[in-house]
Design a protein around this ligand. Structure first.
Ligand code: SF4
Length: 470
C-alpha cells in the first residue's frame, strides 16, 4: 500500500507556507496531495524554482500511484484509467471508476449503428445526487475489412465525442481505424503473441494507449509488458483473459486479484498497469439475450469488485445497466466520507402554506430516498436536510449528530416563515420519535411536531391519515 503520511510529503515541499497553492500551509497542501484534491503543479515555487528540483522529483515518485494511470481520449471526455493505490477499498478509497465501453460493430446497418451510438452516448441515470453515464464506445471489427472498419469509426465519431476502443487483432484494420481516430487518443485492442510487433509500431506511430492480450498466461503477459516498456511504450492496459463461466472464470478472477496484488502490495512495476475485463463474453455462452444480459451484469459486478479498470459490455437494457451502474457508483465512493447533500431547506413539487416540513439528515442516500418517495407520490412538501456529517437517521440519533436543538437551530437558520403557514407541521422521521417531546417545547406556538413513518416509502399513506395536523 502507498505511503500516505502527509509528513512524508511535507518534507519534499518548500515549507514556506506562502499560500500560492490556495492552502494556508504546506502541510494542508500535502494532505490535499494525498486526497488527490491538489496537484503538484499547484505549488508554483516547487515547480518553477530550480533549487527545489530534487524535492520535486522525489515528491513525484512518492505520489505516483502504485497502479499506472493511463489516459484515454482527449478534451473534457478524457478518461483516467487505473491510478489506484490500494488492494481493497476500505484501506483508503478507489479513485477512478472503471469506464464502461459499449460495443458497436463494423457490419451494422448505418441507421442502427447511429441509433446505438446515440443511445449509449446520451444514456444517463440520476442516482444519489449524481448522473451516472456510460463513458466509452468500443468499435469492434467483425468484417476484418480495413475500409469497412474505417467507415464505421468515422460514422461513430460523427455521432459522439466519447473516447473509443478500436478492437481488432489485425494490424491493418487497427491502422485504418487510427487513420480516422488517432488524434482522439483511442485505446487500441489488442496486441497479442502474433501481432505484437506491428501493433507496438502503431501505438508508437499514433501515440495511443495499447492493450496487451495474453489470455491465461500471466508470465507471458508480463513478458510482453516488459518488451513494450523497453520500446518506450508504457501507456498499457493488460488483458489477462475473461472466461465467462465455468472453472476458467474462477481462474480469471484469480488472475485479476494476482495482478492487483503484484502492483499495489508487491510493487512489481513491470506489471503495474490497469486491467481490462470483457463481460461482453457472456454473450458467447447462450443464445438467450435475457440470460446473456443477466450474466453480463453478474460478471460486471464481479470484475468491479475485483479491480477491473475498464470493461467492454454489450447489453443496453435497463435491467442490465442499472445494477452495474449502481454497484460501480457505490464501490467508487470514498468510504472515508459518506456521500452528502448540502444541509438546508429543499422544496419538492410546489410547496405552500399547507405543506408539511419533513426532517431528515444530509446522508445523500437517505435524502434522495425521502425526496423520491415524496415526489413520486405527487406530494408538495419541504425537506429539512440537517448536517449530520453524512450519517443516516438511526445512527445519528444514536450518535448524537441529530438532536432536538440541532433540528431547531437548522430550521431557524433557513428563515422559514412559520407564521405564514396555514398548516404548520414539522414531521420527524419515525426513528427520531423520541425527540418529539423536547421539540414540542422548542417549537411551541410555531409548529406542531408530528412523528412520521420509519420508512419514507410509507409517507404517502401517512399523509392520508395524519395530514393536515388537527
Ligand atoms: S504553494 Fe507550495 S510552498 Fe506555498 S504554501 Fe503551497 S505548498 Fe507550500
Amino acid at each position: 500500500m502507498k505511503e500516505t503520511s502527509p509528513l512524508n510529503l511535507y518534507k519534499q515541499l518548500p515549507q514556506t507556507n506562502c499560500q500560492k497553492c490556495g492552502e494556508t500551509t504546506c502541510m494542508a497542501f500535502a494532505s490535499g496531495l494525498i486526497a488527490r484534491s491538489k496537484k503538484i503543479e499547484e505549488c508554483p515555487p516547487l515547480v518553477e524554482e530550480k533549487k527545489y528540483a530534487k524535492k520535486l522529483a522525489a515528491l513525484k515518485s512518492i505520489i505516483a500511484p502504485e497502479l499506472k494511470m493511463v489516459y484515454i481520449g482527449v478534451g473534457d471526455k478524457q478518461l483516467k484509467v487505473g491510478g489506484e493505490d490500494v488492494m481493497y477499498r476500505h484501506q483508503m478509497t478507489f479513485f477512478n471508476k472503471p469506464p464502461f465501453a459499449y460495443d458497436v460493430t463494423d457490419n451494422m446497418e448505418e441507421a442502427k449503428l447511429v441509433e446505438r451510438v446515440k443511445k449509449v452516448s446520451t444514456w444517463k441515470k440520476f442516482y444519489i445526487g449524481k448522473w451516472e453515464r456510460v463513458e466509452m464506445i468500443a468499435v469492434r471489427s467483425v468484417t476484418d475489412d480495413p475500409a469497412k472498419f474505417a467507415a464505421c469509426v468515422k460514422k461513430v465519431m460523427e455521432n459522439t465525442d466519447y473516447p473509443l476502443i478500436l478492437c481488432s487483432f489485425n494490424p491493418a484494420v487497427l491502422k485504418a481505424g487510427l487513420e480516422v481516430a488517432g488524434k482522439a487518443r483511442p485505446l487500441i485492442y489488442a496486441a497479442n503473441k502474433d501481432n505484437w510487433k506491428e501493433v507496438a509500431q502503431l501505438a508508437n506511430d499514433y501515440k495511443v494507449p495499447v492493450t496487451l492480450s495474453v489470455p491465461f498466461d500471466l508470465d507471458g503477459l508480463k513478458s510482453m509488458a516488459v518488451t513494450f516498456a523497453e520500446m518506450g511504450l508504457t501507456d498499457l492496459i493488460l488483458d489477462p483473459g475473461t472466461a465467462p463461466n465455468g472453472k476458467m472464470l474462477q481462474q480469471t478472477l484469480l488472475n485479476f486479484i494476482n495482478l492487483r496484488r503484484a502492483a499495489v502490495e508487491e510493487a512489481q512495476r513491470d506489471i503495474a498497469y490497469p486491467v481490462i475485463a470483457l463481460p461482453i463474453n457472456a454473450w458467447m455462452t447462450t443464445d438467450d439475450p435475457v440470460r446473456a444480459a443477466y450474466w453480463e451484469s453478474v460478471l460486471t459486478a464481479a470484475f468491479t469488485i475485483r479491480g477491473a479498470a475498464i470493461m467492454v459490455k454489450h447489453s443496453v437494457e435497463a435491467h442490465s445497466m442499472m445494477p452495474d451502474m449502481h454497484l460501480r457508483f457505490n464501490i467508487y465512493t470514498d468510504p472515508r466520507t459518506p456521500v452528502q447533500v448540502k444541509p438546508g431547506l429543499y422544496k419538492v413539487g410546489n410547496p405552500g402554506a399547507e405543506s408539511p416540513v419533513f426532517v431528515t439528515t444530509n446522508f445523500a442516500l437517505t435524502y434522495y430516498t425521502v425526496e423520491s418517495d415524496i415526489a413520486s407520490n405527487g406530494i408538495d412538501a419541504y425537506i429539512l436536510s440537517i448536517n449530520t456529517d453524512g450519517i443516516g437517521v438511526q445512527a445519528s440519533v444514536a450518535g448524537g449528530q441529530l438532536t432536538p436543538v440541532k433540528i431547531k437551530d437548522s430550521m431557524d437558520e433557513t428563515g422559514f416563515d412559520w407564521a405564514g403557514q396555514k398548516s404548520a407541521g414539522l414531521v420527524l422521521p419515525g426513528m427520531a420519535a423520541k425527540f418529539s417531546g423536547e421539540l414540542e417545547d422548542l417549537f411551541a406556538g410555531k409548529a406542531k411536531i408530528m412523528v412520521g413513518p420509519e420508512d419514507s416509502g410509507r409517507i404517502s399513506d401517512w399523509m392520508k391519515s395524519f395530514w393536515p395536523p388537527k
